[in-house]
Design a protein around this ligand. Structure first.
Ligand code: UDP
Length: 326
């Protein structure tokens, strides 16, 4: 298929591009390169450097490359930032996203895979979380993603847009060629590994008074390669009807302290920590039930072990000391 990936130069987007190319799809990576990296776009893909809000630019790219499907991953995605800058989240995740949907309508592209998030559930009433559970985000990031999810439902009904919404839990790890490189870095696993590498003094633990087994937040970490494969499976089935899927490894998840301990074991290094207060907007526990995607798409994680996830991130980081610095 001929696929346009918005955010294709970002952390997860670059891995989705890599996997699409491996499966012999034609790929256009559409990215403004503000947070994405040119060097993260695999050589076989065509890079279009433009804004998501630029409907004319989107329409031109869809037409010129005769695009048949879109994977929409361009977004702002930091819970903490969203609480202090909600306007940015509504503008980029909702308003700019609608420019994409309208460009797709104009060009009669009616297949979409959308990157959503576990943050749409807010503080869930039970674990593991199922797709039909209550949607009550506790931060503007989750709200903005949920607003877009809801728009998709009505675009489907009125304009025959077929979509698969994938609600990611915590993407982590690296492939041989693509890994995580944010500036500033805010995600737990890369920060822990930077501390292990001696590139930062310590890692902060945001909150030790949560109602969890050791007082720190529980998250469901999923290898970025497993996540990327799910997009391709979802794309293959999207003509059959619109669906929403959770994407995580399930089980008991891992606390922040457990992640740090596994990182100590994997790297053989010390990880200095400092306990601090809670980060705004963080739910205590987010663990996925991935039963639906397992059953309907036959997806299951092949790199679900946290040691393997952290090990892959560690080896990528050692090979790319400065990330994708160009
Ligand atoms: N976290 C932490 N210290 C950090 C960064 C994150 O304790 O320096 C915690 C954060 O509160 C959350 C978990 O680690 O419970 C994962 O956070 P991350 O930002 O990696 O992903 P998110 O869950 O926000 O998508």
């Amino acid at each position: 298929m001929r696929v346009l990936v918005t955010g294709g130069a970002g952390y997860i987007g670059s891995v989705v591009v890599e996997k699409l190319l491996e499966d012999n799809h034609f790929v256009v990576a559409y990215d403004n390169l503000i947070k994405g990296h040119k060097a993260a776009v695999a050589a076989g893909a065509t890079l279009v450097e433009a804004e998501l809000s630029d409907k004319a630019g989107l329409t031109a790219a869809l037409r010129e490359h005769r695009v048949e499907a879109v994977i929409h991953m361009a977004a702002d995605s930091l819970v903490g930032e969203s609480v202090t800058a909600p306007a940015k989240y509504y503008r980029n995740n909702v308003v700019a996203g609608l420019a994409l949907l309208d460009a797709m309508r104009e060009c009669e592209v009616n297949r979409l895979v959308f990157s959503s998030t576990a943050a749409v559930y807010g503080e869930p009433e039970k674990q593991p979380i199922e797709e039909r559970d209550v949607l009550q985000p506790t931060n503007p990031y989750g709200e903005s993603k949920l607003a877009f999810e809801k728009a998709l439902r009505w675009y489907d009904q009125a304009y025959n847009l077929r979509y698969a919404t994938l609600r990611y839990f915590n993407a982590a790890g690296a492939t041989e060629t693509h890994g995580e490189s944010h500036d500033p870095e805010t995600h737990l696993i890369p920060l822990v590994l930077q501390a292990a590498a001696g590139r930062r003094e310590f890692v902060e633990i945001y909150g030790t008074d949560y109602p969890t087994r050791d007082g720190t937040c529980v998250r469901d970490y999923i290898h970025v390669g497993d996540l990327a494969r799910a997009h391709i499976l979802a794309l293959g089935k999207v003509d059959g009807g619109s669906r929403i899927y959770n994407l995580g490894c399930g089980g008991d998840g891992y606390t922040v302290r457990e992640v740090i301990e596994v990182a100590r074991q994997v790297t053989g290094r010390d990880v200095p920590v400092r306990e601090s207060k809670r980060r705004a907007g963080d739910p205590a526990v987010l663990v996925a039930s991935s039963a639906r995607i397992k059953e309907e798409l036959g997806w299951s994680p092949v790199q679900g072990d946290l040691r393997e996830i952290i090990g892959s991130a560690w080896s990528w980081m050692q090979r790319h000391e400065n990330g994708y610095e160009e």
